[in-house]
Design a protein. Structure first.
Length: 580
């Protein structure tokens, strides 16, 4: 176990933002300070993923392009570095600008405390898996990353760079569910997580903001991700990582970001393999739609578009969140909203999955009941935290299915199936599997196939058909701990990272032997893939790349941990010809 030492070089106050006295008491910072551990003013809580309220052995200094850093030796040669800047703070004149190189620092920088997370509002479904305590502090100054390495010397190891999801509005590289310690130690890989600009700071766009140095006028958060990958390419060897063996992984919204990044040929040298978890059909807006949204926000704030640069960050964030929920105001914009823009450079193609997939090993995962997060997400206290109510009657079911088709069916393709056909097909399939056929569950199963599972299987089959390197497909099918139900969106993270024993997460996904077996199997699949480009292990020897003939899928769930199946739920898959 790490031993406690005083932090002798606390993180500078200016990079941490403000913390109220009430939050200091709530997160125990006053007690930490009283114990003799130095805490920088404005610092966040002693969170599980990196603000340890315990002493820790300092690591040896590691040299990066911007300066030297010293982290924490956890056990043996396993070492953690937190809050490493990978770009200059995007504040002041750098708000709504492409990321710039950090100016560097003298001496050895303390890397035992996490950097701030991007400003956000963590509530509802996002708060289900993202423990709010692990997000603090919040700041516009948020371009920091974290590294867990099994060893700094001897040999170079594969690198796994995980980009967090959260609808491009919430999340952080320091949330407890994606702590990289277990993966690094059990899988012998170097794990990197990162923060990037979210919400208004990461996605607002306007042509008058065109960066004279880069020519970009938006997609700031995506550019941050590219800057972090560039940092990994230049610096990870100093942390024992192999810059020529980098796997990038994304989940939910960041899965879409990773897809955007891999579609740009000029980014090819930044990665060697790709892991995609719970992706959905890409959504984006035009430059004109983005500009109209930004202009409306400025008018609501009583300022000009240029004036948005100088508003307090929290005020700008709060106003944008309010606008995003104002349906009446949004109806005047003709589709304008907060989303990535197709700018022809950072994001060139958000067309239907399967086009131009790079010839690299690909691992794609989904969860058995993805859309429970929208309609049936139950927290450990029994409260429903999902955003929408599912249909309670047959009369409500067909309109609900039509609404899902309107919102999520891929545009510019063949016509969608009739809602009546989908209702009957999914209900029949659910009866065969002895699942509940109440209207709510029929809708959620239909929506899961439409929004997540169908696009994933289509992309996997297309990738395998087009490329020398195939795509492996898996599904997590391990139910939540009661009173939760099913395996909803984001439930995979504690299994993939092996963090399920952390109390906040154990209350949600469980921590018994079956959960441990599933987590061990899935984490091993990820790290084996990072090493070899194939997730196949001893108990998945029949797992093959997914194609339109065999349709092999690894099912992670139950006491065995994982089983390999062929074309599971074929009836549901065939209900959407667009995904065939």
């Amino acid at each position: 176990m790490p031993q406690e030492i005083e932090v002798t070089s606390p993180v500078p106050e200016e990079r941490l933002g403000a913390t109220t006295e009430s939050s200091r008491r709530a997160f125990g910072l006053d007690a930490v300070a009283a114990s003799g551990i130095a805490v920088a003013a404005g610092n966040g809580p002693p969170a599980r993923a990196g603000v340890p309220a315990r002493r820790a052995d300092p690591s040896e200094p590691v040299h990066t392009q911007f300066g030297s850093v010293r982290g924490t030796t956890l056990s043996g040669s396993l070492t953690r570095f937190l809050g490493i800047p990978y770009a200059a703070a995007p504040i002041g004149d750098l708000r709504f600008r492409s990321p710039r190189p950090h100016r560097g620092w003298r001496g050895v920088r303390d890397a035992t405390m996490p950097g701030p997370s991007s400003i956000q509002t963590n509530a509802g479904a996002s708060a289900w898996i993202y423990d709010s305590a692990t997000l603090f502090p919040l700041s516009e100054d948020c371009l920091y990353l974290n590294v867990w390495t099994p060893g700094l010397r001897a040999r170079l190891r594969p690198v796994l760079v995980f980009i967090h999801g959260g609808s491009a509005r919430t999340g952080s590289g320091t949330v407890g569910c994606i702590d990289g310690e277990h993966l690094a130690q059990s899988g012998d890989v170097v794990v990197v997580t990162l923060n990037y600009r979210l919400g208004a700071m990461g996605l607002l766009s306007h042509p008058t903001w065109t960066d004279p140095a880069t020519g970009f006028a938006g997609n700031w958060g995506v550019q941050d991700q590219l800057a972090a990958l560039g940092w990994v390419r230049k610096n990870i060897e100093s942390f024992g990582g192999d810059p020529d063996n980098v796997t990038i992984a994304g989940q939910s919204s960041s899965a879409g970001d990773v897809r955007h990044l891999t579609l740009q040929p000029e980014n090819r040298g930044l990665y060697d393999k790709v892991i995609i978890s719970s992706i959905k059909l890409s959504s984006a807006q035009t430059r004109e739609q983005a500009a109209s949204y930004t202009e409306l926000l400025a008018r609501r704030l009583g300022t000009s578009v240029e004036g948005l640069r100088s508003l307090p960050a929290q005020s700008l964030h709060d106003a944008e969140v309010a606008l995003s929920g104002d349906r009446k105001a949004l109806a005047t914009l003709g589709g304008g909203r907060l989303a990535v823009i197709v700018d022809g450079r950072t994001v060139r193609d958000v067309s239907y999955f399967g086009k131009n997939s790079p010839d690299v090993p690909l691992l794609i995962g989904t969860n058995r009941n993805e859309q429970f997060i929208q309609y049936n997400l139950i927290d450990p206290t029994g409260n429903r935290v999902s955003a929408s109510l599912p249909p309670a009657t047959e009369d409500q079911l067909l309109p609900a299915i039509r609404a899902e088709l309107f919102q999520n069916y891929p545009a510019g393709t063949i016509d969608p199936p009739p809602a009546e056909l989908l209702r009957d097909t999914f209900r029949a399939a659910m009866e065969e599997s002895r699942a509940s056929i109440l209207p709510a569950y029929v809708l959620m199963e239909t929506a899961t196939e439409l929004v997540r599972r169908g696009p994933a299987s289509h992309w996997a089959a297309s990738h395998t058909a087009q490329n020398r390197h195939g795509a492996y497909l898996y599904e997590l099918n391990q139910p939540l701990a009661p009173p939760g139900e099913g395996t909803p969106h984001t439930a995979d993270l504690p299994f993939e990272f092996g963090t399920f024993r952390e109390p906040f997460l154990a209350a949600r996904v469980g921590s018994n032997r079956t959960v441990a077996a599933v987590s061990d199997a899935l984490a091993e699949a990820w790290t084996t893939f990072a090493h070899t480009g194939s997730p196949v292990t001893g108990n998945t020897s029949s797992w093959r790349p997914y194609d339109r003939l065999s349709r092999t899928v690894a099912d992670f769930g139950g006491p065995r941990g994982v089983t390999v199946t062929t074309d599971p739920r074929a009836q549901e898959r065939l209900a959407f010809p667009v995904f065939l």
